[in-house]
Design a protein around this ligand. Structure first.
Ligand code: C2O
Ligand code: CU
Length: 419
């Protein structure tokens, strides 16, 4: 069970989270963080890493790409000390998808100063949201993440029975990570594959050899979906899918864009023609918990010319403006907020709101009828219109941006601000 979210502020106490997870709390961070039960230190530095037989110049945590896996259990208090050895452009840790208190969110010049070479910053937060997440630098994040400053964060609900594997997919200097690995699993053993897309573009995942169930997306459990066979899933930049299955007596392989990255033995299956699962209708469904919205915002994503520099350049725009000129979205604690996101451009924009999960209401006017989908990262394709909503339950100043990081860097970044 998820720890109760208690308030010490006189606001309404949050309800106990349901087994399938909900993110409808009035206020979620009043408990004092408490004494750390799990400590990690991550040292960022330039490094040479070996990928598929090639030496690649990288920026790495503890000399490795991806950085060390941070694994916690619900109830832990995490303390992570970030040290910067020699990354001149500064480093922070952003806990992608994990709704930390604002001062732990790791956004330079918004929630903290970037950590300079020779300095450190200590992050502390409660591990009360079971699920699959990742961490990455948010300082010059386009370059920093591409160069390798990222890693896995998993909060497990309880000690693991069966096999629990994380598969963070990333492109480093044009090479694909992870390199393929084989891990024999005995028949009958339950397996959870935690798929994490840490790239800036969508990847296609297929599981050959066993029907699977999508147990969670973006760290939020799905209610009652049934296993599917010979189906692919598309994971947006920044997104996470947990697939679960029971190991059959024959081998199983996970393919990303047709390349095997994890298997229990040799499998030869063409998965390229399999249909793609649409999560909007996957699961048992449940009504939207809100009947009205306190604030509604429309975000029109497009492309425009940025004339502010010496040379005009293309910018990725929101409502005709590019960062830092996009006005913040102002909300009050407890508000139910609706975003309508319209993509008028010709490219996909993987949308990511910090500090909150949004409930998907509809895409192109068609309501989401499947399991309640509480997401933090979702692809808005060209021409699409998404309606999502959330409870403003986590005060602060939050980045709200496209997670194709070159797009964010070229203007597609705004902030959600509590007043
Ligand atoms: Cu992984 Cu501001 O994001
Ligand atoms: Cu984009």
């Amino acid at each position: 069970a998820v720890a109760a979210l208690v308030t010490g502020t006189g606001l309404t106490a949050a309800p106990e989270a349901s087994p399938a997870g909900t993110h409808d709390h009035e206020y979620r961070q009043a408990q004092p963080v408490g004494e750390p039960t799990k400590r990690f230190t991550l040292t960022a530095g330039t490094a040479t890493v070996r990928v598929s037989g090639r030496d690649v110049a990288a920026w790495a945590f503890d000399g490795q790409v991806p950085g060390p896996e941070l694994i916690a259990t619900v109830g832990d208090v995490l303390e992570v000390t970030l040290r910067n050895r020699d990354i001149e452009r500064g480093v922070t840790l952003h806990w992608h998808g994990y709704d930390v208190p604002n001062d732990q969110d790791g956004v330079p010049d918004v929630t903290q100063a970037a950590v300079s070479p020779g300095q450190e910053f200590v992050y502390r937060f409660r591990a009360d949201q079971a699920g699959t997440y990742w961490y990455h630098t948010h300082s010059v994040s386009d370059v920093g993440v591409r160069m390798g400053l990222y890693g896995v964060l998993v909060v497990r609900p309880a000690p693991v029975t069966g096999v629990d594997v994380t598969v963070p997919v990333h492109t480093l200097a044009g090479l694909s990570l992870p390199v393929a690995r084989t891990e024999p699993v005995e028949a009958g053993v339950p397996v959870r594959l935690r798929l994490i897309n840490t790239d800036s573009t969508t990847h296609r995942y297929a599981l050959a050899g066993a029907p699977f169930r999508v147990a969670a997306i973006d760290g939020s459990d799905l209610r009652g979906p049934t296993p599917v066979a010979e189906t692919a899933v598309l994971i947006p930049a920044g997104g996470r899918y947990d697939l679960v299955f029971t190991a059959p007596a024959t081998p199983v392989a996970l393919l990303v864009d047709g390349r095997s990255v994890w298997s229990t033995g040799p499998v030869s299956t063409a998965t390229g023609s399999w249909p793609v699962l649409d999560p909007l209708s996957y699961g048992t469904g449940s009504p939207v918990p809100w009947s009205r919205f306190d604030r509604e915002f429309t975000l029109v994503l497009d492309r425009g010319l940025d004339l502010r520099g010496l040379l005009p350049r293309y910018a990725h725009t929101v409502n005709g403006a590019a960062a830092p000129d996009i006005p913040p979205q102002v909300v009050r604690l407890g508000d139910v907020v609706k975003f309508t996101i319209v993509n008028r451009s010709l490219v996909v924009h993987p949308w990511h709101l910090h500090g909150h999960h949004v409930l998907v209401l509809a895409r192109d006017g068609t309501p989401a009828t499947g399991s309640p989908l509480w997401w933090d990262s979702f692809d808005v394709r060209p021409g699409e219109v998404w309606e999502v909503a959330f409870r403003a339950d986590n005060p602060g100043m939050w980045a709200n941006h496209c997670h194709n990081l070159p797009h964010a860097d070229a203007g597609m970044m705004l902030h959600l601000m509590y007043r």
